[in-house]
Design a binder for this molecule. Structure first.
Ligand code: FCB
Length: 519
């Protein structure tokens, strides 16, 4: 949940108004206790002095097409970004973005020089099929296809495993008209599930000889939050949970259809592990705490939001448990289904995006319909250090969400984790602390196969434009030359060591207060 424009900013102001920005002693004490409880219980051993990662671990970075490519003009996001007031500072992706498809050599060199062996990127549907006729006739744009061929081939030549996302927020503009939010858009369009499955099938058959790792949809619920609750994504609706949850349900079907399509089309085992395709989604997982620790209604609200945000989608596509009315039970609605064969088992691994914690209140702030809670994700009144985006730095939460997904019994890949840190003052510690949590989760039995840092290079951060700097590398907006940040060296050393020592973290400077604010 993120990229807040109006609603979250309003919530934040409201929170500050009623609570004051300063953390209360009670809150600080409770967070300290929670941290203590999380760090050592009778079931979990004490924090290890060091953690190690298994051979074959994927060490990489992520990007998404619209955020790093130039001229993605056949996407809804390109029209959206051109509309006044939609993007912070009026930023548009062109011409100042990193132009990654034209700088593949630079990006591959960056991956290599930092010892990364994997790279997650997305293929832009509207670049491959700029018009509906192109799609219907299966006439992919030759230059578009060639650009991704070039990227995949150069990654493989450099021994970097490609992981491909097929839907990362943007739609082709023939599926989503940003000027007409009242009509069905994107995932609401009739026939979109079949069209997406067709796109998945064609991409899997074209790239399957070189790609084994696939992501169907990135953060399906953030599409709902951004597009239908906060209004910061197309189609720009606010608090329209009826349409939003209808979209979430279609995304479940779209994911399953894409999963099946990829498995049918990608029959070539590109990496020699005996599996032609490993398919998942990138599921954003967060931790959720009650806004007021002493209020049982806030606790109930936090549990409900956690269920809807973290569990509901995964229960559907992994277990086949379709909770139609989102109430956490499978017995009370005639449309609930347990073990639906059209959904069960549609994940070969779990892709997990983890960034931060969320505070939830049953009564304070803007109550979101259906969810019945107000959500605070930025500038929360906690004592934790903050990023340039106002998000709490909360590495322990990564351990928590990894433990939470362990019962699904699947391999896990951290498909995104990163920090807005223009000054690069906190990123090194952030990476080390999150990898420490990841390694510790492995010791607790989580079958973690990889970590992809968001992002390889600074990029266009959706509604917040170019303000947040998430890159392991910066780039010159004119020449596009990449410069690895110092924190990229820290990441590279951890990769080389295949380990993180607590003593190395202790030797790092403490988190600094951000000098930039991007909300
Ligand atoms: C994630 C998105 C990614 C980027 C990061 C900061 O939620 O998947 O595109 O915006 O946040």
């Amino acid at each position: 949940m993120r990229r807040p424009v109006s609603i979250i900013v309003a919530m934040r102001r409201f929170a500050v108004d009623i609570r004051g920005a300063a953390p209360t002693p009670l809150r600080s004490a409770v967070f300290a206790l929670v941290a203590l409880a999380c760090s050592s219980t009778p079931d979990t051993p004490p924090p290890p002095a060091s953690v190690t990662f298994p051979a074959g671990f994927m060490w990489g970075a992520s990007t998404a097409a619209f955020q790093v490519e130039a001229d993605d003009i056949h996407t809804d996001w390109s029209h959206w970004a051109a509309m006044p007031g939609k993007i912070k500072n009026g930023d548009t992706p062109d011409p100042n973005g990193p132009d990654s498809l034209d700088h593949v050599d630079d990006d591959v060199a960056l991956l290599q020089s930092t010892h990364q062996n994997a790279y997650r990127f997305s293929i832009e549907w509207g670049r491959i099929y700029p018009t509906l006729d192109d799609f219907n006739d299966d006439t992919p744009d030759p230059a578009g296809l060639a650009a991704y061929d070039n990227l995949v081939d150069k990654l493989r030549a450099a021994n970097v495993t490609p992981m491909v996302t097929l839907h990362h927020f943007a739609f082709p503009d023939w599926l989503s008209d940003v000027t007409d939010p009242n009509d069905p858009q994107g995932w609401e369009r009739p026939g979109v599930v079949d069209q997406f499955a067709t796109f998945c099938s064609r991409m899997a058959s074209h790239f399957g000889d070189r790609v084994d790792w696939w992501i169907t949809i990135n953060e399906p619920l953030n599409v709902v939050v951004g597009g239908y609750i906060q209004g910061s994504f197309p189609p720009g609706l606010i608090l329209n949970t009826d349409r939003g949850f209808a979209v979430a349900k279609i995304e479940v079907r779209a994911h399953a259809a894409c999963f099946d399509a990829i498995h049918q089309a990608d029959t070539v085992d590109a990496d020699g592990d005996g599996k032609p395709a490993m398919v998942s989604l990138a599921k954003h997982l967060r931790t959720f705490h009650p806004y007021d620790d002493t209020d049982p209604d806030d606790q109930t609200a936090a549990d409900r939001v956690k269920y809807i945000y973290n569990d509901w989608f995964l229960n559907a596509v992994v277990l086949g448990n379709w909770d139609d009315d989102l109430d956490g039970t499978l017995t009370d609605s005639p449309n609930d289904v347990t073990g639906d064969p059209t959904l069960v088992g549609r994940a070969d691994y779990l892709g997990v995006n983890y960034y931060s914690d969320t505070l939830v209140s049953a009564s304070r702030g803007v109550i979101i319909p259906v969810i019945d809670a107000a959500i605070y994700e930025a500038f929360m009144p906690t004592t934790r250090p903050k990023t340039d985006f106002g998000w709490d730095i909360y590495p322990e939460g990564l351990g928590t969400v990894l433990d939470e997904v362990k019962p699904y019994g699947l391999p896990v890949v951290i498909t995104e984790n990163g920090i807005a840190d223009a000054g690069d003052v906190n990123r090194a510690r952030f990476i080390a602390e999150h990898l420490y949590q990841a390694g510790w989760a492995i010791q607790r039995g989580v079958d973690l196969r990889g970590y992809f840092h968001w992002a390889l290079v600074d990029n266009f951060e959706w509604a917040n434009g170019f303000c947040p700097h998430f890159g392991l590398a910066s780039y010159d907006p004119t020449t596009k030359a990449r410069t690895a940040r110092a924190s990229a060296r820290t990441y590279a050393s951890i990769i080389q060591a295949g380990a993180v020592k607590q003593s190395d973290i202790d030797a790092m400077p403490p988190y600094a207060t951000p000098t930039v604010t991007c909300q």
